[in-house]
Each structure stands twice: as structure tokens, then as C-alpha cells.
Design a binder for this molecule. Structure first.
Ligand code: HEC
Length: 198
């Protein structure tokens, strides 16, 4: 006994299924030339002039944005500054977000917490967390003050970085921070990181 009674029902179903698969097959066959054309076409990028937006970066553009300072101090510019010089600048340009003496306002705490990283309440500041001082210069010059990035001169960045290092008891008030001295500041957490690519 057939599953679908009466018998014509079975026949109808079989022929419907066959015709659907034949239609599908014939549509695919008709698309072969198109498929072949697509496969044989040269890559779009090779024939197109581009996407039609943006302009190539000129050597001047690249130079203007090439101001990376490495952890070893490569790229540090000429100039220098002391904590004494940086204090006023900090009050004027940084304190409203980072608090007086580098703590206690809405933005990141920059001072204190040394030795707290392995405690229950790790306090990640420049003094407790940052492994190298030259990258502090790079970060401030690139990103701070957050409401006016790139607005400080290089000597101002040195001075305000010196002030933050001084507040963390890592240098004295009168020690000049420049391309030679900044890489020599030994940050307390220098050996606290595991290199991702040793
Ligand atoms: C308008 C608010 C504002 C001002 C002004 C400002 N900052 Fe910041 N700063 C921030 C914020 C917000 C962050 C966190 C940014 C992030 O995590 O991406 C930050 C982060 C930092 C950090 C990194 C802290 C860390 O350990 O991750 C440093 C260093 C820093 N600021 C220094 C300065 C200095 C120096 C000045 C003044 C020249 C300054 N900031 C002015 C808001 C401000």
C-alpha cells in the first residue's frame, strides 16, 4: 500500500518534484556564461582607479603624523622641562579632569597606588602601572588635554610629564626631563609586564 492514497496523488507529487528540479537545473545552465564571465574577469582593483574617495597620503601628511615615541625614547624631540615649570600648566590644563595633585576628579588617577597592583584594589596610575616614561611623553603629546589634543608645545609636554613623575616621587622638582633623561627614569612597574612577543 502506498503512503499517499489514492495513487494519482503520489504520481502528482513525483512529477511536481521532478519539474521543480528540472527548472532549477535549467536556470543554473542559463547562468553558466555569466558565471564564466565573472570568473574570467580581471580583479576589480586592477582595472578600477580606486573607490572614488580619499586622497593618497603625501610625504608631508605622513611626516606630520609621524611623531611616535618608543619606550626606549626613540623619537623624543629636542627641548626639556622640569616639574617646577609643569605645575602651573597642570593646574591650567589638566587639573579640572585629573584633580589637584593628580587624583580625585572625574578622569583617570595619575598619581599614587605604587605597590597596589597585586592587592585587592589595584590602583593603576602612571607611578604604579606605566612601565616606561618615554611613552608618557608620547601619550600626553598625542592625546592630552583630551579637549584640545596636540595643543601643547614639546617643552610643555616635557614639563607636565616631569610634574606627574615628580608627584609620583620618581624624580625631583628640578630634574630636567628631556630626550636623554626621560628614558633613564626607572618606573616601578618596569618589569611587571609579560611581553606578548618575546
Ligand atoms: C577634559 C578632561 C581632561 C583634561 C583637561 C585632561 N585629561 Fe588626561 N585624561 C582624560 C580622560 C577622560 C582620560 C582617559 C582616556 C582614556 O582612557 O582613553 C585621560 C587620560 C590621561 C592619561 C592616561 C592615564 C592612564 O594611566 O591611563 C594621562 C597620562 C593624562 N590623561 C594626562 C593628562 C595631562 C598631562 C593633561 C593636561 C595637559 C590632561 N590629561 C588633561 C581627561 C582629561
Amino acid at each position: 500500500m502506498s503512503i499517499c492514497e489514492p495513487a494519482p496523488c503520489t504520481g502528482y507529487r513525483i512529477s511536481a518534484a521532478r519539474s521543480t528540479s528540472r527548472n532549477r537545473f535549467s536556470i543554473q545552465r542559463r547562468m553558466y556564461p555569466l558565471l564564466l564571465a565573472v570568473l574570467m574577469a580581471p580583479p576589480v582593483a586592477a582595472v578600477s582607479p580606486g573607490f572614488g574617495w580619499g586622497v593618497p597620503a603625501s610625504p608631508e601628511d605622513i611626516r606630520a603624523n609621524d611623531y611616535l615615541v618608543t619606550k626606549d625614547g626613540v623619537g623624543l624631540p629636542p627641548g626639556g622641562g622640569t616639574a617646577l615649570e609643569g605645575e602651573l600648566l597642570y593646574r591650567q590644563r589638566c587639573e579640572k579632569c585629573h584633580g589637584s595633585l593628580g587624583r580625585g576628579a572625574s578622569a583617570e588617577e595619575l598619581v599614587g597606588g605604587i605597590g597596589s597592583l597585586s592587592s585587592e584594589n589595584p590602583d593603576r596610575t602612571i607611578g604604579s602601572y606605566w612601565p616606561y616614561a618615554p611613552t608618557l611623553f608620547d601619550y600626553i603629546r598625542r592625546a592630552m588635554p583630551i579637549d584640545a589634543p596636540l595643543s601643547l608645545t614639546d617643552p610643555e609636554v616635557y614639563a607636565v610629564a616631569a610634574y606627574l613623575l615628580y608627584l609620583n616621587h620618581l624624580i625631583s622638582e628640578t630634574q630636567v626631563m628631556d630626550a636623554q633623561s626621560l628614558p633613564r627614569v626607572v618606573m616601578p612597574n618596569r618589569n611587571g609586564f609579560v611581553p606578548a612577543f618575546p
